[in-house]
Structures are given as C-alpha cells and as structure tokens.
Design a protein around this ligand. Structure first.
Ligand code: M6R
Length: 360
C-alpha cells in the first residue's frame, strides 16, 4: 500500500505532481478559470468585498500564501486567521465577505467552529477541502475541492500543495471575473506538475543537508514575501516529524531578535530563489553568515554570491512568483523526512499527534 516507498510521507511527497495536476483538472478542466460549478459564478465574485481565510497548522500556512494570491493577483482584500483564534474573539466580518475554511480532513474542530461562526455572521461560507462529503463541505455553500487523494502520513504534504493550487485558481478566476485575466499565468499553471517533478530531483542534494542537520538541536528557516509562509511550513515539518526545534521567520525580522540566538551550532535554512526579494534575502543571509551560523540555501543556483555564502545549496528553477511557494516547499518536506529517518523517528506516526484534530 506504500507503493514501494518506505513511508507514506515519502510516497505522498512523490505524489505531488499528480495531486496538483488532478486538483487543477477537477477545478478548471477544459472549462477555463470559471468557478461557477463550485458555487462562485463571476457575477458573485464581483459582488464580494473581501475574503477571510481560516485554518489550522499546515492549512493555515496555505492561507498565508493565499493572501498573496488574492490580494496581488485578484486585488481583493484578504485576512487570515488561525481558526482557534477567530472563533474566540469577536471577528469583524464585513458585509459581502467570503469566509473560507481550508482543511485537508474537513473535520478539524476549530476550523468547523470558525466556519459556523462566519455563517452566523451572515458571511458566504466556503471550503477548500480534500475529503468529499466531509463536514467542512457540508457546512459550505462554496465547495472548492482539492483532489490530492487520501493522505495517510500525519505530516501534510500533497494536501498542502494542492491547497495552494486551489487558492491560486481562486485568485485567477477572481481576476478573470474582474475582466483582467492573466492568461499567461493561467497557461503556465498547467506546467506546474513538471516543475514539481523537477523539484523531487533535489532529493540528492537535500540528503547532504540532512546529514549535516541531523544532530542539530535548533534550526531557523528564513524567507521573505510569499516564501515566508514556506519558511513556517519547513519549520513545522521539521518539528513534527524529527523533533528538532525549529522556527520560521520573515528574513527581515531577524535583526529584531532572533539573530541573538545564532552561533556555529544554530543552522539556518534560507529560501532565496530568483524573485524580487532575492537581494534583500541574500543580505539577511550574509548577516547570518557573519555570526558563523551554518547557512543552507534553497534557492537560485545561478546566483554567484548565494553560492559563496551557502554551505550547501539546493537549486530551485526560475519560476513565476506564484509558483515558487508550491515548488520550494518540496525540498523542505524532503529535508524534514530525511532528518527524521536519520534520527530514527517514526515518520508516519509522530508522537503526540493525530491525523485529524477533532477535539478542541
Ligand atoms: O485537516 P486539516 O487541514 O484541517 O488539519 C490541520 C492541521 O491539523 C494539520 O495541517 C497539521 O498541522 C499537520 N500535522 C501538519 O503537517
């Protein structure tokens, strides 16, 4: 059942090209970027004033990326909340808001409670969910399915990248509804499964990083912009399956505190692909290097200064910015997996964790 893979997590990491292709096919197919079948016809999209994304854990990281997609590509104001925070305050849900619960399982108690609260506040409620007929879908008027197939490993991988695809489709459909379709990006998205296939080939260089990281007690993941949520996700993956303390931080915030932690025993993983924030991120990584912390980079392999400061560099291809988070997370998933295996951890069943958190 693990298809020749040693663990479900590794199998599911490798299923990502297919999971994203299938998600795209089901959501968009030959029909184009029109979400009418899922409850979001163009005229409804045009009438909405804002979006609110609520989720937990890895799905919350997807929401943080989704905010970039929705605000930058679709021009719609977007707020993001942990479902467990949203539900225990008095959140302002403006009239004509869409509130979307993002959840792999569709059964996470806090996410469902946040969706119910949004419904009480007269919002249009939607879900991005991987399980057909799950409670999150039953609570929703707008149901955007991800089609990653069953995810067994406790660490979410293919469900996450499929959520990012669904959020990008939502942003592109919204943009189209406003009469400003980005046809080049719409077409480019269909090539994503090939990019993900390439990203899986980073495993050999990731193994080298894992070998050096396996005895670390701490790690810091740094990213900027749309890659900051991916830094959070890389850190969460390492924490949950390898039990190595890790934090994700926006690279520009490092000098406001965490830099005090750094020394030769505190490895830093920098996300620095070719994008508009490459130079800014690079200068933060130079500050890290100056504190003698080992620097590992997942980024632009053709950048000479980056190659110089990186103790090891996992190369990422050049991609349009919306695809970067979807591709850049793959080597971080592989890194967490490799470190966990080297440390002898139970990858698919990490201690204290359940696949779906149906209690509060
Ligand atoms: O099923 P959901 O997407 O609602 O689950 C949310 C979180 O419990 C989940 O993403 C959790 O953080 C994973 N263990 C992350 O790998």
């Amino acid at each position: 059942e693990r298809g020749g893979y040693k663990h479900f997590m590794l199998k599911e990491i490798h299923e990502q090209p297919g999971a994203c292709a299938q998600t795209l096919q089901v959501l968009v197919g030959e029909r184009g970027f029109d979400l009418t079948p899922w409850g979001l016809p163009p005229e409804l999209l045009r009438s909405l004033s804002s979006v609110h994304l609520v989720a937990c854990g890895t799905s919350w990281h997807a929401a943080l990326v989704g905010k970039f997609y929705l605000e930058t590509l679709a021009g719609v104001p977007c707020r993001v909340d942990y479902a467990s925070e949203f539900r225990y305050r008095e959140p302002l849900v403006p009239p004509s808001s869409l509130v979307v619960g993002i959840t792999q399982s569709g059964e996470t108690a806090d996410t469902l409670a946040a969706m119910r609260l949004a419904k009480d506040k007269q919002a249009l409620v939607g879900s991005i969910c991987n399980v057909r007929g799950a409670m999150a879908e039953r609570l929703s008027e707008v149901k955007l399915p991800t089609s990653a197939g069953p995810e067994i490993g406790v660490a979410s991988t293919k469900a996450f990248t499929s959520q990012l695809v669904a959020l990008l489709v939502l942003a592109l459909a919204w943009r189209r509804a406003r009469g400003e379709a980005d046809e080049a990006l719409e077409r480019r998205l269909f090539h994503l499964p090939y990019d993900l296939q390439q990203a899986l080939h980073t495993d050999s260089s990731v193994e080298g990083v894992a070998g050096e990281l396996q005895h670390a007690r701490n790690a810091l993941y740094l990213g900027r912009g749309v890659l900051y949520p991916i830094a959070l996700e890389g850190a969460l993956k390492l924490k949950e399956i390898s039990y190595v303390h890790a934090e994700g931080y926006p690279a520009g915030e490092m000098k406001h505190g965490p830099i005090a932690l750094l020394d030769e025993d505190f490895p830093v993983i920098g996300l620095c692909p070719a994008f508009e924030l490459t130079e800014k991120t690079l200068s933060n990584l130079e500050e890290v290097r100056a504190r003698k912390a080992p620097v590992y980079v997942v980024g632009d392999g053709e950048h000479p200064r980056l190659r110089e400061i990186a103790q090891r560099l996992v190369p990422l291809p050049r991609l349009p910015w919306p695809l970067l988070p979807i591709v850049a997370v793959v080597p971080l998933q592989l890194l967490a997996y490799r470190v966990a295996v080297l440390r002898g951890c139970d990858v698919d069943q990490p201690r204290n964790l359940a696949k779906s958190v149906t209690v509060e």
